[in-house]
Design a protein around this ligand. Structure first.
Ligand code: SF4
Ligand code: SF4
Length: 383
């Protein structure tokens, strides 16, 4: 149901998040480097925990070499698609006059044509823009610590659904291979869309994995795509938790979508399946807390990232175990419709979920992947 403002509660002024503090950015700081010295001089509390994570095998470094190469090549392609000269560029001289209704119709249709399953247009809240660059990926156009100045007033959120069957294999490489496939498709769609808008004479920048200047989840929630779940991911009625996001920010005036209430908050209060399934114990079982001015459930990023670096994958168990994540059959679409009507849906539907499917059990990897190493078997038992 469309509503006038997003359901999350703002309880204090919101500071912008510094990407340098992001646990994944911290993982790239090499001991002995200037970045390392400068960062941990002001954040000594993270030095020990970050080093313990650095000592683990690391993302993409677990599993058979034949399959590690699949992931490495997907990442190479993404790095090419996410360079600063690809996500942004020169703007054509004179803006083409375009009425906002016509502009939004065209943008939505083109984004879908490019492969987006869901497209929403909303405002860009400056609090959802990172304050400083933290992840550089060795790109000199993105110097570490540079303040980010992004004043686009509009944000177009694009979502592409993941294949739930592949995601249910997590936390092993086949899950991450699927995640990276979708990030690649999103990068192509978002960079093409941003280039199109610039060719109309309006500034536009794509925010794609791994080159973001905005927090894609709250931006998509503000645009009415879905609501935030207990696992820190967005849930939509159409795709559940099983999706990835990209954003295009722009100065092109467009008609915006309204935020939605699909009953996620009530559902998550009663459900907790993701918290029980999380192999890292990173998802809270309790009530939402105030995080940077907003009351919400927040995961423990260090506990989550430790699992990623031990399994060499991005895990995905929370996405896979969520009752909203189901193959897009008529029955499951009906269930999502009923869940969004509330009626304590989370209470009884999570019980039906447990009864029908039992505790979360990962699926076997497809046959075209090599065998599983011991660490994955350990996490599969935990899951
Ligand atoms: S990705 Fe895995 S470890 Fe991280 S929060 Fe989700 S279930 Fe937990
Ligand atoms: S598993 Fe349950 S509690 Fe967790 S995000 Fe999904 S609906 Fe919410």
């Amino acid at each position: 149901m469309p509503i006038s403002k997003p359901r999350y509660r703002r309880v204090a002024a919101r500071d912008r998040f510094d990407e340098r503090d992001n646990v994944q950015a911290r993982n790239t700081y090499e001991p002995g480097s200037e970045v390392y010295r400068s960062f941990y001089a002001t954040h000594p509390e993270w030095e020990g925990v970050d080093q313990a994570i650095r000592d683990l095998p690391g993302l993409g470094r677990v599993g058979e070499p034949l399959d590690q190469l699949l992931l490495a090549q997907e990442m190479e392609a993404l790095l090419r698609l996410s360079g600063e000269d690809v996500v942004d560029g020169p703007v054509a001289g004179v803006p083409v006059p375009l009425e906002p209704g016509r502009a939004s119709l065209k943008i939505r249709a083109f984004a879908r044509h490019l492969g987006a399953d869901q497209v929403k247009i909303g405002p860009l809240d400056p609090a959802n823009v990172y304050s400083h660059i933290g992840k550089t990926w060795g790109d000199p156009a993105r110097p570490w610590g540079k303040p980010i100045a992004l004043s686009h007033p509009f944000a177009i959120s694009l979502a592409i659904g993941l294949n739930p069957e592949m995601i249910r294999t997590g936390p092993v490489l086949s899950e991450t291979i699927e995640v990276m496939r979708v990030y690649g498709r999103l990068a192509l769609a978002a960079t093409t869309l941003a280039a199109y808008i610039r060719s109309l004479g309006y500034g536009a920048r794509a925010h794609v994995m791994p080159n973001y200047q905005v927090l894609t989840v709250p931006v998509a929630i503000d645009a009415g795509m879905g609501e935030l779940g207990r696992h820190g991911l967005m849930i939509t009625k159409e795709l559940g938790s099983c999706l990835k996001l990209a954003t295009v920010t722009t100065e092109l005036p467009m008609d915006m979508d309204a935020p939605v209430d699909i009953g996620v908050e009530e559902f998550c209060r009663d459900c907790r399946i993701c918290a029980q399934s999380c192999p890292g114990g990173a998802i809270p079982h309790g009530e939402p807390k105030c995080v940077r001015g907003v009351e919400k459930w927040a995961i423990n990023p260090e506990a989550c990232f430790k699992v990623w670096n031990e399994t060499g994958t991005d895990c995905g168990v929370c996405m896979a175990s969520c009752p909203w994540t189901k193959p897009r059959t008529r029955l499951h679409r009906l269930a999502a419709e009923i869940a969004s009507r509330k009626w304590r849906a989370g209470w009884w539907m999570s019980r039906v979920e447990r009864l029908v499917y039992g505790p979360f059990r990962p699926k076997a990897m497809p046959g075209w992947f090599e065998k599983e190493p011991g660490v994955w078997r350990k996490y599969r038992r935990l899951g």
